[in-house]
Design a binder for this molecule. Structure first.
Ligand code: FES
Length: 504
């Protein structure tokens, strides 16, 4: 402290440490948001380290600013006082580089405050403010490279070159991976793109028991190669012998382009689908599989509450895997017995503190899922038994509730089926009697439409509405979403208007 240059040394050292920590923060931020190392990383650890690095970088920046203010030489001899330190362009010494540092300081504080308040801010606002961290890194880089007295020395040149290269690499990774993610999100939002009617020839590459009555399968393309891009929440349709079609959610990592992972529970009343898979399907067997469809897409949000009932965990696994580690989420996983709940132990280990497993053979009473969902402000994503989803639908506003149904909800109460006139290019005008579905009548007339579940749950029969007003009776998606996309599902839905114009 007696050394007259003490504060000058402190300001230089803290500046260099702050710049290094800021670069590491940016790098960790990219790892958090892109999860490019997702096979090896641990989200909780990544997130903690990102927070620690950013907090320390801010602390070091404040030490840098404080030591500049405390330096007697700068204050008394060089005229570098409070204004020059805190007001952009007030400094006579290197005004532009100094101003860049001051602006970066204020932006850094803004980003830090928005991160602390992320839970309460709309996701878009938080994200927009957080993008300013790239500007902070850029401004600090220019400030560090141009201000001060160290630039020009060989050790500083080596250090600054290394930090700039790391920053540039982080930005390139963010841009490349961000573009892929944005494409996936666009695909997921478009019901037309989500149809996935193309069939792939695949073979069983792995077959492992995941839990009591649950088999894990990995399917890879016959002859190798990569698979189409898919989004979290997607499912595929397996065509099993006997003309049966079975829908299974993809439960792997959406970034994995080399295989589809599914989990198949043996249904008690199986007519051949899951029973055939459990009892006859072996490694190396061929199978036809449709390209992935998504009607349970993950929308951007700050906070998610995932609720899974039994095998309903499968679509939620891909959502959780794909989320940036910085995102708030929690999972409630409900099942009859712990031994019948695939992935339960793995999830608890991988995401400590975020996963609640409620197995009826271990805990008494029912888990109060509806109460938890209504008390939360998070976006609720649920897949499980119809009773669980109906319970949630009764208490959670439709705007923040997202359901994936295996069985269609009965929406016919109070609906009186009436005959409808339907027309379609190349088919002409058809009369649909009250006791037949639009899909049946179109198929009989030779229209190139296909159905799968025929109960309004799978989304296969989707058609575009070009005229008239549909009466949605399906459970594929929210009615407002279908109206916005201009689509309907003719296996169960009808019309409010006497006439409907439909197209593929
Ligand atoms: S065939 Fe499944 S929704 Fe129409």
């Amino acid at each position: 402290m007696n050394d007259p240059q003490f504060w000058w040394y402190v300001s230089r050292a803290s500046a260099i440490i702050a710049w290094t920590l800021l670069t590491a923060t940016a790098l960790w931020g990219v790892l958090l948001s892109t999860r490019v190392l997702r096979t090896a990383d641990n989200p909780a650890w990544l997130k903690d380290l990102h927070r620690y690095l950013s907090g320390t970088a801010i602390a070091m920046t404040l030490v840098h600013v404080g030591s500049l203010l405390l330096d007697p030489y700068l204050r008394d001899q060089a005229g570098f006082g409070v204004a020059a330190t805190l007001v952009p362009f007030a400094s006579e010494f290197k005004p532009v580089p100094v101003a860049l540092g001051i602006v970066a300081l204020y932006l850094m504080v803004g980003v830090a405050l928005s991160a602390l308040a992320a839970r309460w801010l709309p996701h878009r606002v938080w994200k927009g403010v957080h993008y300013l961290s790239y500007a902070v890194v850029a401004l600090i880089t220019f400030h560090a490279a141009l201000a001060g007295t160290d630039p020009g020395t060989s050790w500083y040149t080596v250090l600054s070159t290394a930090l700039i290269v790391v920053t540039a690499l982080a930005v390139v990774v963010r841009l490349l991976v961000g573009t892929v993610a944005a494409q996936r999100r666009r695909s997921a939002r478009s019901p037309r793109v989500a149809r996935g009617n193309e069939r792939l020839r695949m073979v069983v590459a792995r077959r492992v028991p995941l839990a009591d009555g649950v088999l894990g399968l990995r399917l890879v393309p016959e002859g190798g190669g990569t698979l189409p891009v898919w989004t979290p929440g997607s499912h595929v349709v397996l065509h099993v012998p006997g003309g049966l079609e079975r829908h299974y959610s993809l439960c792997g990592d959406p970034a994995d382009r080399w295989g589809f992972d599914i989990a198949v529970r043996l249904a008690e009343q199986s007519r051949g689908g899951s029973r055939f898979i459990h009892e006859h399907l072996r490694v190396g067997d061929p199978l036809e599989v449709t390209t992935p469809r998504n009607r349970f897409g993950l929308e951007p949000a700050n906070d998610y509450l995932f609720i899974a009932g039994g095998i309903g965990i499968t679509p939620l696994i891909s959502m959780i895997t794909s989320l940036p580690a910085s995102r708030h989420w929690s999972l409630v996983y409900i099942g009859r017995t712990r031994r019948s709940m695939p992935f339960a132990d793995e999830l608890i280990t991988r995401y400590p503190g975020r996963v609640t497993v409620h197995a009826s053979d271990e805990q008494r009473g029912r888990y109060p899922a509806a109460a938890a969902a209504s008390a939360s402000s998070a976006e609720v994503y649920c897949c499980g038994p119809a009773a669980l989803m109906d319970e949630l639908a009764a208490v959670v506003p439709a705007g923040r509730l997202h359901l994936e149904r295996f069985v269609a909800a009965d929406r016919t109460a109070g609906v009186v089926a009436r005959p409808i006139e339907v027309d379609m290019p190349g088919i002409g005008s058809l009369r649909v009697p009250a006791d037949r579905s639009i899909l049946d009548v179109l198929e009989d007339a030779g229209a190139p439409v296909t159905g799968s579940c025929r109960s309004g749950v799978c989304g296969t029969c989707e058609l575009r509405v070009t005229g008239g007003t549909p009466l949605h009776l399906d459970s594929v998606a929210d009615d407002a979403e279908k109206d916005a996309a201009g689509v309907m599902y003719p296996c169960v839905s009808r019309a409010l208007s006497p006439q409907l114009s439909l197209d593929l």
